[in-house]
Design a binder for this molecule. Structure first.
Ligand code: ZN
Ligand code: ZN
Ligand code: FE
Length: 753
């Protein structure tokens, strides 16, 4: 008995709902070990007994062979007295405490299942095939523990075949909660031309035919509805654009496979790895070959993704097309539609056929969007495949609810030292989105067994997320918007010290009641000092300036040159009605609804309009995006500027106007302008680091979604010996704000003790 050991092992991390217990069972049996594994809601517990060598192999195996979607944070093992186990078994999950293990995000269908879809009798071409390594998770979970009865699979009674797989511990579908087959599982239905079609092979045939014919199909996806059509058919894509009332915002595209994707876009190693990952995000990838013109006009990148539902694979098997447009099934800015009835009412207005299935979506998720910059994935919209994976912190954030920003909202809850960021919610000013927000907060409270004891919100009292906080009758912490931006990036990197923080974005309320957005801080998680910022410029008409970048251009010109600018013969002014221009000047003069702003976003807007690239914006951040898209990448020139009490761009504007006069191409002007901003950042960082002896630089805010700027500033600062921290797992836009709010509230709470 001497070399027989008994161990008690506790595993924490993303291990629930990802086939972890059967995985443990299989490697225990393989290594001749006895004992049991139990999945409680605070982790996976194992008591195990056997030969020391085998136990070592077992522990190594846990780390090396864990299921694709699991993410182990820690494994603790300790020796316990000999127990004399006679076999290895799995104990049924119990709801033992309020500390819960993470819920898995949804996982793209795995290769084994795709293979089964061709050979398993009851699953030939069955579009809801899944196993413990793949399939829907978060979108179908109503409550914990993660058992079939607590998911929207509840109404589907397993057939004998499925049940035997579900119960067989050595089967890949052991305890796969959404397990199903063509006999017992969910089914698709196609509604077309007043008819309902239920035979799946007919559905597939007709859908393929309709798409090839140039029709628009609304189809139920994993986390909500999509609208699909042929991405090469200009007439159709253009029609969709009109139906969706979408002027300039690019459509996402699903390519049939990685090879087709490579034919149409520049796919590097990291891009390939991430776009094929089980999260299957939409990645913004540089374009190589054209699809229909209307897919995206004036941009160098395309929002591309690869199939992730079994249905997508079945569709592309039959479809003779390289790619389809796959955009969210919603009307303008409303949340993506998730239920069949609303889809029938709303989406039939903008589509020719409706494809639904009879399993409910419980938690709405959009496709996640990311880009690769400096070889790292940068999440822009965090939803399907990522939510609700937690962010692990060194801070105790337990019981804190952060309500987020307003325009691009995500909220965040704290459990122990984990921050759980909600899926992308959207613009709270939309009433349907606000409902989605409050419902999802309630769902998170229930799902994660969370009772908020402290609420943290933005300093802006009129944000609907701040108003939500006010209504909760709780202690509230209010956090300055750009401090929250920097703190979110710090939290992602577990920084808890003084850093140089650069927050560039659209707008956020400052503590001087002006509108900030081009900010240099020296800050930690508790507090900040504002070191410098862009010069305050009137934002004529407030929010109207955001939608009309020409207003910011005029405001800058008027601030620097008075009415003289009218004699500069600027081309962009030809697009502007003379009366409107005079009216604008008079409201700036009289200071009517002209809040002052130091926003970097508004500065980019102004230059985008001044160069004629975007005078009127049809979607959020369009003007800076068009300015970035115009960059000539082979130009290293820049403009002059002044740094004093604030950053003055007067010299930059004078030189841009000169360049315009001399017919210098916009691509060059754009490059020079971006290089100027990079020089400004470097100059201030350098000076601040000398003065404060700080070497860590944190970049946050939506402006750092500018690939050119992020790529170069990171490389430059790193080359000069700075340690640079930027967002990867969390959005640098306002979707990341809630995490920063959470970290600041936790830090302040800790300091109070
Ligand atoms: Zn699978
Ligand atoms: Zn079945
Ligand atoms: Fe912001």
């Amino acid at each position: 008995m001497k070399d027989i050991l008994t161990l008690k092992i506790k595993i924490k991390g993303l291990v629930q709902g990802v086939g972890f217990r059967p995985f443990i069972y299989r490697i225990a049996v393989k290594n001749n070990l006895y004992g049991w594994v139990d999945n409680r809601n605070d982790g996976v517990y194992i008591n195990i007994e056997g030969n020391q060598n085998n136990l070592n192999n077992f522990l190594v195996g846990i780390k090396m062979e864990a299921p694709p979607a699991s993410n182990i944070i820690s494994i603790n093992s300790e020796e316990i007295p000999f127990a004399g186990f006679k076999n290895f078994r799995i104990i049924k999950s119990k709801n033992t405490s309020n500390k819960i293990t993470d819920i898995s995000p949804d996982i793209a269908v795995c290769d084994d299942c795709l293979n089964d879809m061709k050979v398993q009798e009851n699953r030939i071409d069955y579009p809801f095939i899944n196993c413990t390594n793949c399939g829907p998770r978060f979108t179908i979970i109503k409550d914990l523990p993660y058992d079939r009865e607590q998911t929207t699979m509840k109404p589907f009674v397993m057939c004998d075949d499925c049940k035997s797989e579900y119960k067989n511990v050595s089967d890949r579908r052991f305890h796969a909660q959404p397990v199903a087959c063509s006999i017992c599982g969910p089914e698709y239905e196609l509604i077309y031309d007043g008819k309902k079609i239920n035979n799946f092979h007919d559905i597939l045939k007709i859908t393929v035919h309709l798409i090839e014919e140039g029709k628009i199909i609304a189809m139920k996806g994993l986390g909500g509805f999509h609208i699909a059509c042929d991405a090469q058919n200009e007439t159709t894509v253009n029609r969709l654009r009109e139906l969706k009332n979408r002027d300039g915002k690019p459509f996402a595209v699903m390519f049939s496979d990685i090879n087709k994707l490579k034919e149409y876009t520049e796919v590097d190693k990291t891009t390939e790895e991430r776009i094929l990952s089980w999260q299957r995000p939409i990645l913004l990838i540089p374009k190589k070959k054209k699809l229909a013109k209307s897919v995206c006009v004036g941009f160098q990148t395309i929002g591309a993704m690869l199939p992730y539902m079994p249905f997508h694979y079945l569709l592309f098997e039959k479809l003779k097309l390289p790619a389809i447009v796959l955009t969210s099934g919603n009307l303008s800015e409303e949340p993506i539609i998730i239920d069949n009835k609303t889809a029938k009412n709303e989406l039939s207005k903008i589509s020719d056929a409706l494809l639904v299935y009879n399993r409910d979506i419980y938690n709405r998720t959009d496709d996640s969007v990311a880009m690769i910059v400096n070889d790292k994935e940068r999440i822009i919209r965090r939803s399907r495949g990522y939510t609700p994976s937690p962010i692990n912190l060194n801070l105790n954030v337990d019981g804190i609810l952060a309500t987020g920003a307003e325009l691009v909202n995500c909220f965040c809850i704290g459990k122990g030292k984990q921050a759980i960021l909600s899926q992308h919610i959207g613009d709270l000013k939309n009433i349907e989105t606000l409902d989605f927000y409050t419902q999802t907060i309630d769902q998170f409270k229930k799902l994660f067994r969370m009772k908020p004891e402290l609420i943290v919100c933005d300093l802006h009292p009129d944000y609907l997320s701040s108003k939500y906080a006010d209504e909760q009758n709780q202690t509230i912490v209010r956090v300055q918007h750009h401090h929250a931006h920097i703190a979110s990036c710090m939290a992602e990197h577990n920084l808890d010290e003084k850093v140089i923080g650069i927050a560039f974005d659209g707008i956020g309320l400052g503590d001087d009641n002006k509108i900030w957005g081009g900010e240099f801080f020296v800050c930690d998680l508790n507090d900040y000092e504002r070191i410098n910022h862009f010069e305050y410029i009137p934002m004529p008409g407030g929010d109207k300036a955001t939608k009309n970048p020409w207003r910011m251009a005029v405001s800058y010109l008027y601030s620097y040159f008075g009415e003289d600018f009218k004699n500069f013969e600027l081309d962009f002014l030809k697009n502007i009605n003379g009366d409107e221009l005079d009216l604008l000047i008079s409201i700036i003069e009289k200071n009517i609804n002209c809040p002052l702003t130091s926003s970097a976003g508004r500065l980019f807007d102004a230059v985008s309009a001044l160069t004629g690239l975007c005078t009127h914006s049809s979607f959020h951040a369009e003007a800076p995006m068009r300015l970035e898209a115009a960059i000539n990448h082979n130009n290293n020139d820049s403009y002059n500027f002044d740094i004093g009490e604030y950053i003055s761009m007067k010299k930059t504007f004078i030189e841009i106007i000169n360049d315009l006069k001399n017919n210098i191409p916009v691509s060059k002007i754009s490059a020079k302008f971006h290089n100027t901003i990079i020089n400004i950042i470097f100059a201030i960082v350098f000076e601040t680091s000398e003065k404060y002896k700080i070497n860590k630089v944190v970049l946050s805010g939506g402006s750092f979604q500018n690939r050119y700027m992020l790529e170069r500033i990171e490389k430059l600062l790193t080359a000069k010996g700075f340690e640079v921290f930027s967002h990867s797992k969390t959005p640098s836009n306002d979707g990341g704000i809630a995490l920063g709010q959470l970290a600041i509230a936790a830090k302040r709470k800790e300091l109070k003790k």
